[in-house]
Design a protein around this ligand. Sequence first.
Ligand code: ARG
Length: 262
Amino acid sequence: MKLKKILCALTAALMAMSLLAGCGGEKKAADSEAKNEMKVLRAAASVDFAPFEFQDETKKEYQGFDMDLIRAVGKEMGVKVEISNITFDGLIPALEAGNIDVIISGMTINDTRKKKVLFSDPYYESGLTMVVTAGNDTIKTFKDLEGKKIAVQIGTTSASECRKIKDAQVIELDTPSICFMELKAGNVDAVVNDRPVNDYFISQGFDGVKTLPERLTAEDYGIAINKNNPELQKKVNAALKKLKDNGEYKKIFDKWFAAKKG
Ligand code: ARG
């Protein structure tokens, strides 16, 4: 009789203990949820912008400077990085809707965008140049684009800058490659686009076109983050700083740019 009682009490005690332990586990999970500890960083790019983000048929993952950089940022933050491909003009709306956590897409930091998103510290210095057909001797500077037909990628700084050129007809297309095709087909007089992308395109053997040295703007790229998430902005900046300090940023930079200079 006594033994039964003791056993009963013991079982009850054990059950209570395991319940408590269970509760502890759940409590931990709830805590980390409350603290918003992310396990996956949902990044997005408009994967049409070599050497920053592009698809290489022989490889499964997206390639490029931005892609390596965001994976390294994620590693520093201790989270897995998932990258999705969204057209350039759909990136900010996707971020605002909370469908993604960050944009890394050669995106220029500017005041118009700052009204909608937070930006990380700048991670790459860029600017706009133009590409014309190799035989074109009449267009030498941006001034010569007045009254001309210009192809640009939709939603980009090239689009907004070219709209300022007097009497220019600005054709907004989905990707830079389509812009270059239109140039080659003789449907437009020039393509305005980010300098490193123009240079890379030509270095990859796209012939019959040339890039002109004048720069229309100087622009800095930043990683865009949802307006309501200054915590994430801090973490991304801390990770970027770490990568600059420990040489990892330079390694990634050299992989995509140093070897191709000159
Ligand atoms: N830097 C330009 C901008 O921010 C063009 C970026 C285009 N990026 C891309 N992945 N297609 O507007």
